[in-house]
Design a protein around this ligand. Structure first.
Ligand code: ZN
Length: 315
């Protein structure tokens, strides 16, 4: 019998997984969109969508297996950018149900009784494209995806890579209505001082905790060392466990966001950080009040193994 996420968070640091899309792009199964348009604006059309779940399920199974072998206690179903809104723009709108259901089925198949399965829900990109007036439509799309994920049997949700706190609030309200526990992480760009609609990390943490998130934090965009100061601001603002899934790419003093750097997406190899940075982050996680730790873009299983080593060394 698997423990529930909320029980695990009470007793230990939970090791997650990730990241899926960049790794599967490198392996040739995901389209970055860079041959068609400028990537990194936050408004991308069909970029980095998760149709690999139905088109090349074995590739996705294999990556789940690698993360599980590395020690992940929770596998994320590859449902990132899986709202009908985003899939429509990639030409996969009609497959919204099958992509979400299949992604969860594959993650559950590999997890068995050894790991929890999370449904990943990300921003729709509607707010970036159309402004805050689109929040109502955003709610419909996020609610639909969460319903699909719940029907497919996920254990909890990871709401991740939201740029606007306003859209995260919508997602947390949809999660609460579903009854599923939710981990909530914002992505800060181009600097870690505030999110796109102008809220500090501390404000984001308070709002996400107030709306019922079981862990709050940040994912993507920064490497662990660059993310740490914003996590500390969040730590000081709330008592719920922190969640951190950093990227494995160097950023600069002027730009704390790898997706805003010219190396994204076709020269990421030149700004890759070593897995040792993740081992150090794992060592520090407990002392920093982080309850859920994993990786995001640029991490493969070696990085999750390094996190596991770091966590084990800090016991
Ligand atoms: Zn990422």
């Amino acid at each position: 019998m698997k423990s529930k996420l909320t029980d695990l968070l009470k007793t230990s640091v939970v090791l997650g997984d990730g990241g899926y899309l960049i790794e599967l792009e490198r392996r040739g199964y995901v389209d970055s969109g860079s041959r068609r348009e400028k990537v990194g604006t936050g408004r991308g059309s069909g970029q980095f969508t998760p149709e690999v779940a139905i088109e090349n399920p074995d590739a996705l199974r294999e990556l789940h297996r690698e993360f599980l072998r590395a020690g992940s206690q929770a596998l994320q179903a590859l449902t990132f950018f899986g709202t009908r809104e985003k899939l429509n723009r990639a030409g996969y709108g009609a497959q919204t149900e099958s992509i979400n259901a299949t992604a969860v089925k594959l993650a559950k198949e590999i997890a068995g009784d050894r790991a929890l399965v999370a449904g990943s829900v990300s921003r729709t990109q509607l707010v970036e494209r159309e402004g805050m007036g689109a929040l109502g439509t955003t709610r419909d799309h996020i609610a639909e995806q969460i319903r699909l994920l719940k029907d497919a049997g996920v254990d909890f949700l990871i709401l991740e890579t939201f740029f606007h706190l306003a859209e995260m609030k919508v997602a947390l309200e949809c999660a609460a209505a579903s009854g599923l526990p939710a981990v909530a992480t914002m992505s800060f760009r181009p600097l870690i001082t505030q999110c796109t609609d102008g809220h500090t990390p501390a404000e984001c943490a308070r709002v996400m905790a107030d709306l019922g998130a079981v862990a709050v934090g940040a994912n993507c965009e920064q490497d662990p060392a660059r993310m740490l100061p914003l996590l500390r601001e969040m730590r000081a603002a709330t008592s719920v466990p922190l969640a951190a899934q950093p990227a494995a790419f160097h950023t600069t003093e002027q730009c704390h966001s790898f997706t805003c750097l010219p190396q994204f997406p076709d020269e990421l190899e030149t700004i890759q950080i070593s897995r040792r940075e993740f081992e150090k982050f794992g060592q520090a996680a407990r002392a920093e009040g982080i309850g859920y730790v994993g990786g995001c873009c640029g991490c493969n299983a070696a990085y999750i193994r390094a996190l596991a080593d770091g966590l084990a060394a800090s016991k």
